[in-house]
Design a protein around this ligand. Structure first.
Ligand SMILES: Nc1ncnc2c1ncn2[C@@H]1O[C@H](COP(=O)(O)OP(=O)(O)OP(=O)(O)O)[C@@H](O)[C@H]1O
Length: 271
C-alpha cells in the first residue's frame, strides 16, 4: 500500500516539482505509530530549543483531527493549514508568529475530516512552497498518529523522518510496523524514546528493534538510528496543561538536557 502510494507520490512529485527549489530549509517529519506518545509536546520543545540556538524554525501541525500545537504555543491563529490546502490563502498568509523568537506555526484544525481533503499531493506543494520561501532553517512537521493515507503521503515525501515512541508494547508494535513500511523505500529512520522510566531503556529497546529487523530480513540498506531518550517528568504534563513550554520554563532541568542531546544528534543527522 505504502509502496504504491509512495511511487505514485514520487511520480507526481517529479511532474509537479518546481525547477529544483534551492533552499536552506531542512524538513523533519516527526511521527509515531501510536497516538498519545508525546509527539506534539516533543515537537514544540525541540522547536523551542532549536530556535534558542539561533535557528529559524517553522512547525507544521499536520495532525488532522486534533490540532494541539497552538495550545502548546498558547496562540489562537486566525488561519490554518487547511486554508492553504483549500486554496483560500497562500503559504505565507497561513504562517503565524508564536510568542517565541524564531518560531512560526502553521496551525492545524481540530475536527477536520480527512475525507474532506479532495486533492492529493497538496503535502508536496506545502513542502515545495515553504522551501521556496527560504525563510526557515528547519521545518518540523508533526503528523497525526497512525499510518493513514495522509500520514503515508507525508512520509513518502520526507527526507528526514523521526519516529517517537514510548516503551508501551502497543507503541513498540506500531513503531515496528512503521519501520517495516519505511524500510521498503527509505534510507533511514531516526528513533527517539519518550516518557520512559529509565533513561537507558530507549537505547536497549532500539537495539532489540534493530535485531528484530535483521532477523526478519528488513531491507539491509535501511538504517535505524537511535537518537535519544526523554524520561517521564510530571513537569512536562503540568507545563502543557498551563499552556507553557517545558523547555522554556525549565531551561536547566535534566529533561531539557536530554532534549538538547537529541538536538545535538539531530543536527548531525538531518540532511
Ligand atoms: N516525557 C513526558 N513525561 C510526562 N508527560 C509527558 C511526556 N511527554 C508528553 N507528556 C504528556 O503526555 C500527554 C500526551 O502528549 P501529546 O499530546 O504531546 O501526545 P501526542 O503523541 O501528540 O498525542 P496525539 O497522538 O493525540 O496527537 C500530554 O499530557 C503531555 O504533557
Amino acid at each position: 500500500m505504502f509502496n504504491s502510494i509512495s511511487s505514485q507520490a514520487s511520480k507526481l512529485v517529479n511532474l509537479t516539482k518546481k525547477n529544483s527549489v534551492i533552499s536552506k530549509s531542512k524538513i523533519l517529519t516527526i511521527t509515531s505509530g501510536k497516538g498519545g506518545v508525546g509527539k506534539s509536546t516533543f515537537t514544540a520543545n525541540i522547536a523551542y530549543l532549536l530556535a534558542s540556538r539561533g535557528f529559524k524554525v517553522a512547525v507544521i501541525d499536520a495532525d488532522i483531527g486534533l490540532a494541539n500545537m497552538q495550545v502548546l504555543f498558547d496562540i489562537r491563529p486566525r488561519l490554518s493549514l487547511f486554508d492553504y490546502i483549500e486554496g483560500r490563502n497562500t503559504i505565507d498568509e497561513v504562517i503565524t508568529k508564536t510568542p517565541f523568537n524564531n518560531i512560526s506555526l502553521i496551525a492545524g484544525k481540530s475536527g477536520y475530516q480527512y475525507s474532506s481533503l479532495k486533492t492529493s499531493m497538496f503535502l508536496t506543494r506545502i513542502v515545495d512552497d515553504i522551501k521556496e520561501l527560504n525563510n526557515f532553517d528547519y521545518v518540523l512537521i508533526d503528523t497525526g498518529a497512525g499510518l493513514n493515507e495522509y500520514v503515508q503521503e507525508f512520509l513518502s515525501i520526507s527526507d528526514n523522518i523521526l519516529a517517537l515512541t514510548t516503551t508501551d508494547p502497543s507503541a513498540l508494535t506500531d513503531v515496528y510496523a512503521l519501520m517495516k513500511m519505511l524500510s521498503r523505500d527509505k534510507e533511514k529512520l531516526l528513533l527517539c524514546f519518550n516518557h520512559t522510566k529509565k533513561y537507558q531503556i530507549g537505547e536497549t529497546i532500539s537495539k532489540s528493534l534493530i535485531n528484530l529487523a535483521q532477523k526478519n530480513r528488513l531491507n539491509p540498506n535501511f538504517m535505524i538510528k537511535y537518537i535519544g531518550n526523554v524520561s517521564t517528568s510530571t513537569n512536562i504534563s503540568t507545563t502543557s496543561r498551563l499552556r507553557k513550554l517545558f523547555a522554556h520554563e525549565f531551561i536547566n532541568d535534566h529533561i531539557t538536557l536530554q532534549l538538547q542531546k537529541v538536538i545535538d544528534i539531530l543536527l548531525k543527522e538531518i540532511k
